[in-house]
Design a protein around this ligand. Structure first.
Ligand code: KDG
Ligand code: MG
Length: 403
């Protein structure tokens, strides 16, 4: 038995807010888990501190599956992003500990490598198509094999995915939610133009991706998918919301553009129908928001038998601990598709010292024991939590819509 002797929650804001769980065992081995839920960070911190940590002390750190079941079934109240992010943090930290005790990089405990590295896509965005494509060219020159393109929409003041005045894009930008305005008509006119020019300028050897960020109706999404077919996207992401998984049936009937969804999913039940009916091509559920490595492996195993591949969410609001966990998962599973990588600020990488590294369009988890991330707690303490919300979105007539 490897007894858990302490578990603490560290909230820090090096560039943006992160919530991290650190578990320590009687042998002095420690493990880290990410518990960051952008815009609702302290709810998960409290869930951990007030409800999970008291039950963790004295448990055997090696019983990962039993601990997962204990917190999932034991809560009685199932699922939801707060619960599942908290369980994920415990799960990640325990896998980190187990791999450190074994003296192996975590991917070895997940079955070993199925591939050399995880192909990543990064974000090229700009106010104009020209600006977006310039950035994409820079990334392609750095060896990226896949790039997500988001561009300003003529007639709209601000658009999802495009940074403000030269700053790196981070949507959690205000202590009271910023308000954006939206027009699907204007957006739908501009996106095919972006991808037409993108193929002219960037050619056909690069994978191109696009995120709709849940803003269309199913029939609008179907039309967009159809209009983008000539440009052969790697995927069209979050074309519609997926609380109603059957939404995707309508899109699927009309287009062969590959579809991705799931960054806001927190359990296998959010994607069961999408996967079983083969309504999507990529599942974007992540380690931190979907119950940890233990639960994400279950989702990936279900997806595998229906030819659905993974494409884990990897925006900057997932900490380097999540990114490391995702990479160990990515290189080990059979049905990996792609990994999102939106670079963290330098100060984030100073607080979270990580061993994963980029080479030739792919990330590599590193060969050290465990996840390969250490948290500099003294430095983290210099960056106290700052309340930061994700924006809200209104149609031009003032009514609220999806951000
Ligand atoms: O916190 C919200 C972000 O993670 C999200 O807006 C990023 O859609 C996103 C993406 O695809 O990275
Ligand atoms: Mg997205």
């Amino acid at each position: 038995m490897l007894k858990i002797v302490s578990a603490k929650v560290i909230v820090t804001c090096p560039g943006r807010n992160f919530v991290t769980l650190k578990i320590e065992t009687s042998d002095g081995v420690t493990g880290l888990g990410d518990a960051t839920l952008s815009g609702r960070e302290l709810a998960v911190a409290s869930y951990l501190t007030d409800h999970l940590v008291p039950c963790l002390i004295g448990r055997d750190a090696h019983t990962i599956e039993d601990t997962w079941q204990y917190f999932y079934r034991g809560a009685y109240w199932r699922r939801g992003p707060v619960t599942m992010s908290a369980i994920a943090a415990v799960d990640m930290a325990l896998w980190d500990i187990k791999a450190k005790v074994a003296g192996l990089p975590l991917y070895q405990l997940l079955g070993g490598k199925s591939r050399d590295g995880a192909m990543v896509y990064t974000h090229a965005n700009g106010n104009t198509i020209e600006e977006t494509l310039e950035k994409a060219q820079k990334y392609i020159a750095e060896g990226y094999k896949a790039v997500r393109l988001q561009s300003g929409v003529p007639g709209l003041k601000a658009t999802y995915g495009v940074g403000k005045a030269g700053k790196p894009y981070d949507p959690a930008d205000s202590d009271i939610p910023s308000e954006y305005s939206w027009s699907s008509e204007k957006y739908l006119r501009s996106v095919p133009e972006l991808f037409k020019k993108a193929r002219d300028v960037l050619g056909w050897d690069v994978h191109l991706l696009h995120d709709v960020h849940h803003r269309l109706t199913p029939i609008e999404a179907a039309r967009l998918g159809k209009e983008l077919e000539p440009y052969r996207l790697f995927w069209l992401e979050d074309a519609v919301t997926a609380e109603n998984q059957a939404n995707f049936r309508l899109i699927r009937q009309h287009t062969v553009t590959p579809l991705a969804v799931g960054e806001v999913f927190n359990s296998i039940w959010d994607c069961k129908q999408l996967i079983e009916e083969q309504l999507i091509d990529y599942i974007r559920a992540t380690v931190v928001h979907a119950g940890g490595i233990t639960h994400l492996r279950r989702i990936a195993a279900l997806a595998d038998i229906y030819n659905v591949r993974t494409g884990c969410h990897g925006a900057t609001d997932l900490s380097p601990v999540s990114m490391a966990a995702a990479l160990h998962f990515d290189v080990s599973i059979p049905n990996f598709g792609i990994q999102e990588w939106m670079h963290h600020a330098e100060v984030t990488d100073e607080v979270f010292r990580r061993t994963y590294s980029y080479k030739d369009g792919a990330l590599h988890p590193g060969e050290g024991p465990g996840l390969g991330v250490e948290l500099d707690e003294a430095l983290a303490a210099k960056y106290p939590y700052k309340r930061a919300y994700l924006p809200v979105n209104r149609l031009e007539d003032g009514s609220l819509t999806n951000w």
